[in-house]
Design a protein around this ligand. Structure first.
Ligand code: GLY
Ligand code: MN
Ligand code: MN
Length: 425
């Protein structure tokens, strides 16, 4: 759980980063229509959530900075009996004043007039440049005297790069549930006839153990479907002796987990499946051991590409000198994606990879990233020995960078061949 004092610290840090004579506005996200009058489950805007932990819609955080001091105001939707009858209780102004350590709380209906008044006197305006157009229009209407516009998200994203102990605890909690779900998949796989049955087993455990949601749509891809990187149909029949790539992670209290395991539909790997799997696993393990402060993600990428390319040559999938193959990017056909990404409130955490000057940001203590090498061989790829065709493998773990190395936060999720092969026999 993240306590109000931590949110307050974040707001204070953000305030210090604002230029003098400015206003910063952060909006809650808009409810999203699914169809006609039904909506997707509401999820708070990640940056807004990071700054206050408030999960209601129609709320706004407003920072007003003078020469030095900054005031922070929260606007919340009013308590309204009729609305609460349908959609549940709201905090309202009075309770919000008790919960949030801000300078004042107002009703959301007062926001427009407050903005109008403030934007006459302040010269700079911060807002998230990804904001819905309707809100941008509202801001611009009042911002006639504003001299410069700044992206509030750029400031917050940098803060989100380094996770606090409370955030790490939530990621660990999400992973604890995700671990149970992947282990259930391993146990149930031989009984599942369709990809969606396996998906249901996994997501059942997400909910059973208190995760509010998946962190992204689960990928359950049997056989050749694993070669579609973001396959989410999960509708195909599972055949005998296929590998099934399962990329699934729950979200717990707004923190993601992102885990891929590749298992066998019959519980036993064939020899060619073992060969490819062992290669991906060896690469994943080696890359993880490289993690420590100061390391560049691009170095991890290069090393992963070198190791995978060398392995592909060894197995006769690519021919020629590894150096030349890498230079010509021939390996990209079988490993077309990145080695990993930041993870946190978003599965692909909205945090920068480069400084504003374009320099790559090295790993630092407190960062959390995924490591996820893979090999994907299409069933119709005639350049590859028949025995390897139609196999897609990815193995993905979530790693915390520590002061002198790393902690694999998903360490307990089975991935060794001896653990997952013959699991059911
Ligand atoms: N689950 C999406 C990814 O691995 O990046
Ligand atoms: Mn990932
Ligand atoms: Mn993933």
């Amino acid at each position: 759980m993240i306590v109000e004092a931590e949110y307050r610290e974040r707001r204070e840090f953000f305030s210090r980063k604002l230029k003098r004579n400015s206003v910063a506005v952060l909006f809650s996200s808009e409810p999203k229509t699914r169809s006609n009058d039904t909506e997707y489950p509401y999820r708070q805007d990640s940056n807004f959530y990071y700054m206050c932990g408030f999960t209601e819609d129609r709320a706004t955080l407003l920072f007003v900075k003078g020469e030095e001091k900054t005031a922070c105001y929260l606007f919340v939707y009013k308590k309204d009996k009729d609305e609460e009858l349908w959609n549940g209780k709201r905090l309202g102004v009075e309770q919000a004043k008790e919960r949030f350590d801000v300078d004042d709380v107002f009703q959301q209906s007062e926001l427009a007039s407050k903005l109008k008044e403030l934007l006459v006197e302040k010269k700079r305006l911060y807002y998230d440049f990804n904001l819905d157009y309707s809100k941008v229009k509202l801001l611009k209407r009042y911002a006639k005297n504003v001299e410069s516009f700044h992206n509030a998200a750029t400031v917050i994203e940098k803060m989100r790069l380094i996770k606090s102990p409370a955030e790490i605890a939530l990621i660990k909690k999400a992973l604890k549930i995700t671990k149970k779900a992947h282990h259930r998949a391993l146990k149930k796989v031989v009984k599942c006839r369709y990809e969606y049955e396996l998906q249901a087993e996994i997501e059942y455990l997400f909910r059973k153990f208190g995760a509010q949601s998946d962190a992204y749509t689960s990928i359950v891809a049997a056989g050749n479907n694993a070669n579609t990187l973001h396959y989410i149909q999960n509708s195909a029949k599972i055949e005998k002796n296929e590998l099934i790539l399962i990329d699934a992670g729950c979200e717990y209290d707004y923190y993601a987990s992102d885990i891929t395991r590749t298992i066998s539909s019959s519980g036993c790997f064939t020899e060619p499946q073992k060969e490819l799997y062992s290669l991906v696993l060896a690469v994943e393990k080696e890359i993880i051991t490289m993690l420590k402060p100061g390391v560049l993600r691009s170095d991890l990428q290069k090393r992963a590409e070198f190791l995978l390319c060398s392995g592909l040559v060894r197995l006769g999938i690519l021919q020629g000198s590894v150096k030349k193959l890498l230079k010509k990017q021939k390996h990209k056909k079988y490993y077309p994606h990145g080695i990993g990404h930041w993870m946190g409130i978003d599965v692909h955490d909205q945090a920068p990879y480069k400084t504003s000057k374009g320099k790559e940001i090295p790993l630092k203590e407190g960062m959390v990233l995924t490591i996820e090498p893979g090999i994907y061989i299409d069933k119709n790829d005639r350049d590859v020995p028949q025995k390897y065709r139609g196999i897609g493998i990815r193995i993905e773990d979530d790693i915390l960078v520590t002061s002198d190395g790393y902690e694999n936060l998903s360490k307990g999720i089975k991935k060794e061949l001896k653990e997952i092969d013959s699991f059911n026999s």
